[in-house]
Design a protein around this ligand. Structure first.
Ligand code: AMP
Length: 397
């Protein structure tokens, strides 16, 4: 697999699929430009080679036609400032101007195309649409890890038109290297910390991780399905009745494979799902009928932190409690601190998923983690052992 650092794009027109799907406020101002900033190394590498770039992205989920709210217009001045360069913005993807601009594009020049999802063909992975996009450039780079689990025209189909000139961008390459290190080249002990609301959304990850990890810490709402499966009383805590049997099977599988399973032993319970209820700390498997567990308790925080601090490889996905509410954020906060401090002591740590990353940033710990993934859904699918269409399209011969 040729890496872009080993390619000289001089004189080429390079199509780059970026992820400019940034959050905007109601005035359509960018509230977090991380995704744009993270795509700069790839764009700069290509420009510095003496090539021109044609940037493709999506923003949000328009219904399949133009909608002002999803236009990439706000990106233009911001990107222009970051790159200190003019940006040619083509609103009509396949209008005569686009082809005219692309044909005349000189080294160093940049085109940004309007939101590809204004065309239903993008999400459909349409071949003709991909072919038209492909006709604009001489090479294709996919740097949009966050959408690489989607088989869309600009993330997957387009690659087939560049059998000898398709590459991973630096961001995507880095994501894959880190995920591979985690799944196939990890130092022991390897601890996975899995949290979040529902066990149903994490079953495939847990199953894929069982043969790879030494310790499995399970917190968040999903822990209660496990606790109930093991005979505990969980009151009104979040439960997925139809997943109790699967939880039981996963516990058995962990025992068979010698994986240490750590469930919370104590929980912070409340009589309402809010900051205003009566709260107590109780054993996590003895929750009264009218109470619900909304965070892991202090003993669990301490125990989990010890396991994390004795690990060489750590993966964290999903909050330990309802961290959006002040009274139930401590479990998630203590995981963020434990993962960061283990990393400072030399462990390799990987964190993914919107909530865990948000928690890290809230406590300014993002910089202390070895690898923070930019793609929630894409990272989860990779960890589930699935082949991502955007990755496969580049690797296919
Ligand atoms: P997920 O998207 O599956 O990772 O779940 C994230 C959500 O899980 C967050 O919004 C948390 O508030 C929620 N969550 C975490 N712990 C609990 C809990 N004990 N009860 C209910 N929801 C929870």
């Amino acid at each position: 697999m040729t890496k872009i650092k080993d390619v000289n794009f001089k004189g080429k027109k390079v199509l780059i699929r970026v992820d400019f799907n940034v959050p905007l406020n109601h005035n359509r101002q960018i509230t977090d430009d991380t995704r744009i900033v993270e795509s700069l190394p790839t764009i700069k590498k290509v420009l510095n080679d003496g090539a021109s770039v044609i940037l493709m992205s999506h923003l949000g989920r328009p219904k399949g036609g133009f909608e002002e709210d999803y236009s990439l217009t706000p990106i233009v001045p911001h990107l222009s400032k970051l790159l200190n360069s003019n940006i040619i913005f083509t609103r009509d993807l396949f209008g005569p101007k686009t082809f005219e601009y692309a044909a005349k594009l000189k080294p160093g020049e940049i085109i940004l195309m309007e939101n590809l999802r204004f065309y239903p063909e993008e999400i459909a992975g349409d071949v003709e649409f991909a072919k038209k996009l492909a006709s604009l450039g001489d090479a294709y780079i996919n740097d949009a890890f966050g959408t690489s689990h989607r088989e869309h025209a600009s993330t997957a189909t387009i690659a087939r038109f560049f059998p000898k000139a398709k590459y991973f961008g630096l961001l995507l390459e880095n994501e894959i290297e880190n995920l591979e290190k985690l799944l196939n080249n990890s130092k022991e002990p390897f601890t996975a910390i899995i949290g979040g609301a529902k066990v149903s959304s994490k079953i495939d990850i847990i199953k894929n991780l069982i043969p790879k990890v030494d310790n499995m810490i399970i917190g968040g709402g999903m822990a209660f399905t496990f606790i109930k499966a093991l005979g505990g009383k969980v009151g009104e805590s979040l439960i997925e009745e139809d997943k109790i049997q699967v939880a039981r099977e996963m516990v058995q599988e962990m025992m068979l494979k010698g994986v240490n399973l750590y469930l919370p032993t104590d929980a912070i319970v409340s009589d309402t799902f809010s900051n205003d209820g009566h709260i107590h700390v109780v054993p996590a498997d003895h929750i009264k009928d009218n109470m619900m567990g909304l965070d892991i308790g202090p003993k669990s925080c301490k125990r989990f932190a010890e396991i994390i601090n004795n690990s060489q490889t750590i993966l964290w996905n999903g909050p330990m409690g309802v961290f959006e509410l002040d009274r139930f954020k401590q479990g998630t906060k203590s995981m963020a601190i434990a993962v960061a401090s283990a990393t400072i002591s030399g462990a390799f740590s990987a964190v993914g998923g919107g909530d865990s990353v948000a928690a890290l940033n809230q406590y300014n710990l993002g910089d202390q983690i070895s690898y923070v993934s930019t793609g929630g859904g894409a990272m989860l699918e990779y960890l589930e052992g699935k082949e991502l269409p955007g990755v496969k399209a580049i690797l296919d011969k």
